[in-house]
Design a binder for this molecule. Structure first.
Ligand SMILES: [Cu+2]
Length: 363
């Protein structure tokens, strides 16, 4: 038995009446999903029963194992908090690529290629002027590589294929502040990114951005499944990746994980989100429901003269990044989403829990 939870994201952002209206009314909502998603009116929400197809491609969107609520709760969320910058002049990073089966939604297994055994890979944090020394060890079955968008370096010398069982080290000076993507650059790149080979590197500017109370890193990604991943792990469906028809989307690899495990802040805190869109192909229209961004550094450009103030939604392109700051005074649950709402439905939604709002978690 499988449980269908298409509509989960919309539920999480259920404060949007418009969103509710957009959800097809001929769907039936599973109670598990209702209880997993706080503060929402689900009377019109729900989920298509079964799979659908488009252009001969079959969608497994929204299909989870039974007891999705419990599974989502049991899932250990990817740590979104920005890690500290290592001391010294050199930031040493060592990742061991592994072929791993990971969970990407409740009870949905996927055979990924993971930098350090997961997707996304670990967040790398450096300061402008530091040197990043990257070592990739290939513990997988086929060649892989790593391409840092934060680097100015000859790709043919640094982003080279590393054979199975081998390691390769290269260095670059992190002279450009921002938030950048890294990913495997081995052909076909579409397949390597779609299989989970991506992550974020944050390079702090000098002088630093103003100190804030919370800093979170979100890496948007898409999953394209060969089967529903419930009875047996799914693999990449390259045709769906080419058609840009994801079955699931996510922040930090697992659909809607920060709905079950909200990110937190205290009233009056300024929260800084570093958002990377790993794609492989679709844009993230980043938005926080119930507030307005005080400051945005579009495209991760941290030059003070380029900031935007008082904006609602800013696109982060595939292969790009941006920094968002928001100060929220009123306690509550504030969904953060890609406001391209098909992506909310597929999993690009989470909650920022400000303070201790009452009566919002129904389980
Ligand atoms: Cu690869």
């Amino acid at each position: 038995m499988k449980t269908v939870m298409l509509g989960l994201g919309v539920l999480a952002a259920g404060v949007l009446v418009l969103a509710a209206a957009l959800v097809a009314s001929n769907r039936a909502l599973d109670d598990d999903v209702a209880s997993a998603t706080p503060a929402m009116d689900h009377s019109t929400m729900s989920a298509a029963a079964g799979t659908s197809s488009k252009g001969g491609l079959q969608s497994f969107a929204g299909i989870t194992a039974d007891h999705a609520t419990e599974l989502a709760k049991a899932h250990e969320p990817f740590p979104a908090t920005l890690p500290p910058v290592p001391a010294g002049d050199v930031v040493k990073v060592h990742m061991v690529l592994k072929d791993v089966t990971i969970e990407i939604a409740p009870g949905v297994q996927y055979q990924a290629w993971g930098f350090e055994g997961g997707a996304p890979g670990p967040v790398v944090h450096a300061r402008q002027g530091q040197t990043v020394e990257m070592t990739l060890t290939n513990g997988g079955a086929i060649p892989h590589s790593i391409d840092f968008h934060a680097a100015r370096i000859a790709p043919n010398e640094a982003f080279v294929d590393v054979m199975p069982g081998k390691s390769f080290t290269f260095r670059f000076k992190a002279d450009d502040p921002g938030v950048f993507m890294y990913h495997c650059g081995t052909k076909p790149v579409l397949a390597h990114i779609a299989n989970g080979m991506y992550g974020a590197i944050v390079v702090d500017p000098v002088p630093a951005l103003p100190k804030v109370e919370r800093e979170y890193v979100l890496v948007a990604g898409e999953w394209y499944l060969s089967n529903d991943g419930v009875a047996q792990p799914a693999q990449l469906d390259m045709n769906k990746a080419r058609a840009m028809m994801p079955d699931w989307t996510a922040f930090n690899g697992y659909a809607a994980q920060y709905v079950a495990h909200p990110l937190t802040a205290n009233p009056g805190d300024t929260v800084r989100f570093y958002v990377v869109d790993a794609g492989p192909s679709l844009t993230t229209a980043f938005h926080v429901v119930g507030t307005i961004f005080d400051t945005v550094y579009p495209n991760g450009d941290m030059s003070p003269e380029h900031v935007m103030n008082g904006v609602q939604t800013v696109d982060v392109p595939a292969g790009g990044g941006a920094v968002f700051e928001v100060k929220i005074d009123e306690p509550g649950l504030y969904p953060f989403v890609s406001h391209a709402f098909a992506h909310v439905d597929l999993g690009q939604v989470g909650l920022l829990k400000v303070g201790s709002p009452k009566g919002t978690m129904s389980h």
